[in-house]
Design a protein around this ligand. Structure first.
Ligand code: PLP
Length: 470
């Protein structure tokens, strides 16, 4: 039985409830009552927000009826695309059956069990356990507590420090923002907290100088070794990194980087944590970014693509080596009311079933991914305004540069990128500006025809910026 109304019906119900508001009314109410994340309220409210009302596939619609290509999958999360009715059906059924129960006090429920077993199936070998959170930030906060608890349980409580990277993004909670290496986040609220230190990011184009990418990859990785020796291995709990730095600007490390990081973690016996919040669930063309790079982590933080953003859910996938110690060390005094929430778990499980059943990741890797990579390189490799043209899986990026030969970047590159982002948005394309990079991560379901449209639009917007700059 099909219980779920379609998008048009849902909108009719919504309009009956609220009356059909005009865009201006939505904007005024929003400005009056809503504090937005990562936004300057004054400039936002002066301009007025764009009101997104519904979505399907790779497209969004706003309250003015504009159809917008979402080449960011929301916030890198809607991996299976918008409008999958099956997920709505599962959520509806689960809400009727068991809308909430916790997993704290010797209880469990079918959706969380199903999801945990499915995750063990799709995760790399040895990852048979998962700890649930509501978000990636909470996942990384869990990592901090979990790695310290692990070492304390093994009788090494001094092993507390976690090494992370400049420009990494690990979330917005105090722990997550501390692990992250965003200086503009550290400036607010006295971060990082003690016990978290940062090393260089593997960004050859910016930091590689005269070294080849491979030489530079080794150099950047060896910053970890230096830091371990400086701190004393007896004080270091773990290293954490995103396989590809996402919010930092789609920074794809040189091929030598991760193998050297792996060697160092193995040699000094520190835990390796892969933050798979963006890379997980297909973004790299593999289930996990760790598989693409051959990383063997002990913990993997997950969120976003876990439910394709249809429900807020995250977690930490735990390798047997760590799970065994945790299982033998009594209470882990940590958890959230909504850890493994039944509705979120049911939706995430269905999302994974769809990814598997429809071979979405494999199809993307074998067909649209190479096609779209070629389009991206054809559009931008010889473009005078951009360099460091990067593609990996369904990550696409370019850096705005003043002089390609000397890798000279614009002093106001950040401003230019924001201008380019605004041009994209005005032309109904969502891309993001990070520093002086224009970045994109479309849904994994993007077709060849949609890839044509995406790249043509992105190129037209960069062309427009180039024309404006003269
Ligand atoms: N880790 C990474 C790599 C992310 O990109 C993000 C969010 O963008 C997070 C963690 C934080 O996830 P959330 O926003 O769900 O807390």
């Amino acid at each position: 039985m099909n219980l779920t109304p379609n998008v048009a019906e849902v909108r009719q119900v919504e309009e009956r409830k609220t009356g059909k508001r005009s865009t201006r009314e939505w904007q005024q109410m929003d400005a009056a009552h809503h504090l937005h994340p990562f936004s300057d309220a004054a400039s936002l409210n002066a301009q007025g927000c764009r009101v997104i009302t519904h979505a399907d596939g790779v497209y969004l619609w706003d309250s003015e009826g504009n159809k917008i290509f979402d080449a960011m999958s929301g916030l890198w999360c809607v991996n299976i695309g918008y409008g999958r009715k099956e997920l709505a059906e599962v959520a509806y059924q689960q809400m009727l059956e068991l809308p909430f129960y916790n997993t704290f006090f010797k209880t469990t429920h079918p959706p969380v069990v199903e999801l945990s077993a499915l995750l063990a199936e799709v995760a790399p070998e040895g990852f048979n356990h998962v700890f649930y959170t509501n978000s990636g930030s909470e996942g990384n906060d869990t990592v901090i507590r979990m790695v310290r608890h692990y070492w304390a349980s093994l009788g090494q409580p001094s092993k507390k420090t976690i090494i992370s990277r400049i420009n990494g993004y690990h979330g917005s909670t105090i722990g997550g923002a501390s692990l992250g290496g965003m200086s503009y986040m550290h400036e607010q609220g006295d971060l990082p907290i003690p016990g978290i230190v940062h090393i260089e990011q593997p960004y050859w184009y910016a930091n590689g100088g005269d070294l080849t990418p491979e030489e530079y990859g080794l150099k950047a990785a060896r910053e970890l070794e230096k830091k371990i020796l400086e701190l004393g291995v007896e004080n270091v709990a773990a290293f954490i990194g995103e396989p590809v730095q996402g919010a930092g600007g789609i920074i794809i490390p040189p091929s030598t980087y991760w193998p050297e990081i792996q060697r160092i973690c193995d040699q000094y016996g520190i835990l390796l944590v892969a933050d798979e919040v963006i890379c997980g669930f297909g973004r790299t063309g593999h289930w996990f970014g760790s598989q693409y790079f051959g990383i063997r982590p002990h913990l993997m933080t997950i969120a976003k693509g876990l439910s394709s953003g249809y429900q807020p859910i995250g977690g930490v996938l735990v390798h047997d080596q760590v799970a065994k110690v945790l299982a033998e060390s009594g209470d882990f005094n940590h958890g959230f009311t909504y850890s493994g929430h039944p509705v979120a778990a049911a939706v995430a499980a269905e999302n994974i079933r769809i990814l598997k059943r429809e071979r979405i990741i494999e199809k993307m890797r074998e067909d649209v991914m190479p096609y779209a990579h070629k389009l991206w390189h054809d559009a931008f490799d010889n473009h005078p305004l951009v360099d460091d043209v990067r593609t990996l899986g369904f990550f696409f990026a370019v850096t705005l540069v003043e002089d390609k030969a000397s890798r000279k970047r614009y002093a106001n590159g950040g401003e230019l990128a924001l201008r380019c982002r605004d041009i994209c948005f005005a032309n109904n394309l969502v891309m993001r500006a990070t520093g002086d990079s224009m970045i994109s991560a479309p849904p994994l379901t993007m077709t060849r025809a949609e890839a044509d449209e995406f790249v043509a639009k992105a190129k037209a917007c960069v062309d427009q910026l180039a024309r404006e700059l003269g």
